[in-house]
Write a protein that binds this ligand. Structure first.
Ligand code: ZN
Length: 500
């Protein structure tokens, strides 16, 4: 190993220590820190992340990355180190092009915008948030001009969350889905809906936690490399493949919510636990492509978790922890977990209408960045699209345009990754059935571990090292298409709702 590489690795080790502290503080503040202790935690968190940022953007870092990128050094690196150096150099160069004062203004504007969003949502008053949203849009445009000169702004934003994905491809995929889903949803909503009262009974958090642990272990989340906690909004954070933490929320009257959040986060967690351990704590590790990551959580949550056969081997066990399910036949349970509703809120949506919630947001972002629609006109545009896609109109902006946090911190281009994840899932499902046989049969036999192993070997192992398009090409052998997902929806819901 060259002296330069050794020096670089030592330097990365130092950054990793800061990153570890940041992760730990973040986990702690989200799950355990008492209210009065929060400010001290946030101080420490800010300190360590500022130090980490300074180390990763330092002159010294730049010098090492430049030297390692010289052909005579670079050619001697193995594949993993070539990836790490290439990726870090790219990010370093992009970040260095942002003038420090612009970045500082952005950080401050983000904090103010976040506060304004909370107030606006509480008051149901878009006008409180509007000037901040305008600022975030302007600043994202400006920053994209530095990081991705010459690139169309919205494409640059999409790329931050799903590398190599462009709006031409997303347009094609989403349009295909929209054409198929709008009539399907209309047909479903004309049918009688099941009574869900039996599912909203009081369930204490401890019982929900026990059910969660059983489910996580069942799908393949390893508890010797995992920890569980309680929080407001469920999330997963991976320190390395050996330490992955899942936090969940337990609503006393909505036990199904915690169950499906657990399966969803479990999918993220299984991904993080099964990345090649050589990549631990480097940019090659925990997958940075949000669509690919989301494809794993949503595969477990929806494709597997919302099928009847998933529950066959474990439904009795679920009834041991949550006794109300002993009274409910599996068929009724299956019916309820696939209950399609036209509701206002994305995060409460079923797997079918969820797609339309995302398409709406994608089209709004297009209207903002391509159509230059003024901020003041956005709420009306939102409501018009809700009416068109789900035949409902929000009563106020809190259950309309103000419901999500994403735009308040400038994360434009993030929403589409959720739906890309589901589109990839339709394709994986086909690939798995071709290689392993019927997923329904595998699940009914209680052999979900076979599917988890397939995902481990074909997707998880590679971490961040393949772009989304490369993953799909390698796993499915074809270009990304929404057709398999649409086929899955049509087949499943025609049966459930007896559609003609
Ligand atoms: Zn997720």
């Amino acid at each position: 190993m060259s002296r330069l590489l050794e020096e670089f690795q030592q330097y990365l080790k130092k950054i990793q220590q800061y990153e570890y502290a940041v992760n730990l503080l973040f986990w702690d503040v989200q799950t355990k820190t008492p209210k009065l202790g929060q400010p001290a935690n946030v101080d420490a968190l800010t300190y360590f992340s500022t130090e980490e940022f300074a180390l990763s953007t330092s002159e010294e870092m730049g010098r090492m990355l430049d030297a390692l990128s010289e052909p005579k050094e670079y050619e001697n690196l193995d594949d993993m180190w070539q990836f790490i150096v290439g990726r870090m150099k790219r990010d370093y160069d992009r970040n260095r092009r942002i003038p420090a004062e612009v970045y500082e203004t952005f950080v401050r504007a983000k904090a103010e915008s976040g506060n304004a969003w909370v107030d606006a949502k509480k008051a149901g008053d878009f006008s409180i948030f509007a000037p901040h949203l305008k600022k975030m849009i302007e600043m994202r445009r400006e920053i994209a001009g530095y990081t991705d000169p010459g690139k169309e702004v919205y494409d640059a934003l999409l790329n931050e969350f799903e590398e190599g994905m462009d709006s031409a491809t997303i347009d094609r995929l989403f349009e295909e889905l929209k054409q198929g889903l709008i009539p399907l949803v209309r047909q479903i909503l004309e049918k009688p809906q099941p009574d869900d009262a039996a599912f909203r009974v009081y369930t204490d958090a401890d019982s929900q936690k026990k059910a969660e642990k059983m489910l996580l272990e069942y799908i393949g989340f390893r508890m010797d490399a995992g920890a569980l906690g309680e929080t407001e909004h469920p999330f997963t954070t991976g320190f390395s493949s050996r330490d992955v933490r899942i936090a969940n929320n337990y609503h006393e009257r909505e036990p199904l919510s915690a169950i499906f959040s657990a399966i969803h986060e479990g999918g993220h967690g299984i991904f993080d636990q099964n990345v090649n351990p050589d990549y631990d704590q480097t940019v090659a590790g925990s997958c940075c492509h949000m669509g690919i990551h989301e494809s794993q959580s949503r595969f477990y949550e929806n494709i597997l978790g919302r099928s009847k056969n998933f529950w066959m081997p474990i439904y009795d066990k679920l009834g041991e922890y949550l006794p109300q399910f002993r009274e409910i036949p599996l068929d009724d349970f299956y019916r309820e977990i696939n209950h399609v509703r036209n509701s206002f809120v994305r995060i409460e949506a079923d797997e079918v209408t969820y797609c339309l919630h995302i398409i709406l947001r994608y089209e709004m972002e297009q209207a903002i960045f391509r159509g230059h629609v003024p901020v003041e006109e956005l709420p009306a545009l939102w409501n018009k699209k809700m009416e068109e896609y789900l035949q409902i109109t929000p009563e106020n902006d809190s259950e309309g345009i103000l419901q999500d946090i994403h735009w308040s911190d400038g994360s434009f281009g993030y929403f589409p990754t959720y739906l890309l994840g589901s589109i990839y899932d339709g394709m994986y499902l086909e690939a798995i059935e071709q290689e392993l046989g019927s997923v329904d049969e595998i699940l009914a036999a209680g052999e979900i571990f076979k599917i988890t192993k397939w995902l481990n070997e074909n997707i998880h192992w590679y971490g961040s090292t393949r772009t989304p398009k490369e993953v799909i090409e390698a796993v499915c052998g074809k270009e990304v298409s929404a057709e398999p997902l649409l086929r899955y929806f049509k087949k499943k819901y025609t049966e459930i709702y007896s559609l003609s």
